[in-house]
Design a protein around this ligand. Structure first.
Ligand SMILES: Cc1cc2nc3c(=O)[nH]c(=O)nc-3n(C[C@H](O)[C@H](O)[C@H](O)COP(=O)(O)O)c2cc1C
Length: 354
């Protein structure tokens, strides 16, 4: 209820500064004894009849935190207090890097969207691995990995392998990010030969730990490219697809920031992300679970993604506009929709509207 007030204060600040202050405030708050429990009870999500299992991992309900909010693993405990069923840290690169010059994140308030060109600002894998030694327990923590900007595309696999090797022991799953639009050439890893090389190397490296490996894809691929990506992912035994990252297109955006370079997220991405989900569902035919991301901001959105065939969803941008109660709002809203339709268990609706 208080968030609209707080939001108007935060929206006076540069978006990245607002993000950093939010993270600092949350970390300061949960350092106060008893505060984590208070936050957990205020933001308690609905869980009854909502648990799902993806690649052997248990999710208490379908709503997780998308990559990019906690790039360096320094607010996992705080975000766990806000009720997320899983948290994806990252993208983490092997070596620390600064990312693009600021400003690099822009609000599109009229459309409830964001454009960002962060460019994988990362504390680097060694620091993040150390931080995640004391990660929260009781919910899956994924680590999303990528390559350094100055690593040639031809050497990308070595970067992913290095990040996998250092970070996988501290993660419940590893997400391979081949879809950020802000690292030049990264999306070329959707091409079959490059993807085969990457997935083959990660599969071999993963033979011992056997962590679930998810592939995070872009919403901007052609139908042919998407067919190839999914066929390759299935061939190489990928455990799940995360669809989608941000888009370089600008559907329906009229805000002044429309011409900023970078990836668009939030409400304007909703239709494209849903269309990509439907295409991936058709291509996977139930062989691989899908986590749907992109423009989800209401319980009805979550319900629609599950019915379309997603096993879970992730959110980022809606949190900026809706605030810390987002997960509670989405899950209790979902519970109401399930009650309305006489659905007792979420698994009964997954894929019912393909
Ligand atoms: C500021 C910002 C930074 C992001 N950074 C990453 C990232 O490092 N790695 C990644 O895989 N996705 C990243 N994303 C993409 C989100 O994980 C998500 O796929 C996308 O924003 C769509 O979801 P949304 O509409 O709920 O925000 C970022 C998004 C935003 C807004």
């Amino acid at each position: 209820m208080l968030y609209p007030l707080l939001r108007s204060a935060l929206f006076q600040l540069d978006p990245e500064e607002a993000h950093e202050r939010t993270v600092r405030t949350l970390n300061t708050a949960i350092a106060v004894p008893g505060m984590a429990s208070i936050l957990k009870s205020i933001y308690r999500p609905a869980t009854r009849g909502m648990s799902t299992t993806i690649a052997g991992l248990s999710f208490a309900h379908p709503v997780g935190l998308a990559a990019g909010f906690d790039k360096h693993g320094d607010v996992t405990h705080g975000m766990a207090c806000l009720g997320f069923s899983h948290i994806e840290v990252g993208t983490v690169t092997p070596r620390p890097q600064a990312g693009n010059p600021k400003p690099r994140m822009f609000r599109l308030s009229a459309e409830q969207g964001l454009i960002n060109r962060m460019g994988f600002n990362s504390d680097g894998m060694a620091v993040v691995a150390q931080r995640l030694v004391s990660r929260p327990q009781g919910l899956p923590i994924g680590i999303n990995i990528g390559k350094n900007r100055d690593t040639a595309l031809a050497d990308a696999t070595a970067d992913y392998l290095a990040a996998y090797t250092t970070l996988a022991p501290h993660a419940d799953y590893v997400a391979l990010n081949i879809s950020s639009p802000n690292t030049p050439g990264l999306r070329q890893l959707h091409e079959t030969a490059a993807l085969q090389e990457l997935l083959g190397a990660i599969r071999a490296a993963n033979a011992f730990l056997q962590k679930p490996i998810f592939l995070k894809i872009s919403p901007d691929e052609t139908t042919e490219q998407l067919e190839q990506v999914i066929a390759t992912a299935i061939d190489y035994g990928i455990s799940g697809i995360i669809a989608t990252n941000t888009t370089v297109t600008r559907p329906g955006v009229t805000s002044a920031s429309v011409d900023e370079a970078g990836g668009l997220s939030g409400a304007p991405l909703n239709t494209l992300s849903m269309a990509t989900l439907r295409a991936v569902v058709a291509l996977t035919q139930g062989r691989v679970p899908i986590i749907s991301v992109g423009g989800i901001s209401t319980a009805a959105d979550v319900y629609a993604r599950l019915k379309a065939g997603a096993s879970a969803v992730q959110v980022y941008t809606a949190m900026i506009y809706t605030g810390p109660a987002l997960v509670a709002l989405l899950t209790w809203g979902l519970a109401a929709l399930m009650r309305r339709d006489g659905v007792s268990d979420i698994t009964h609706i997954i894929g019912t509207d393909r």
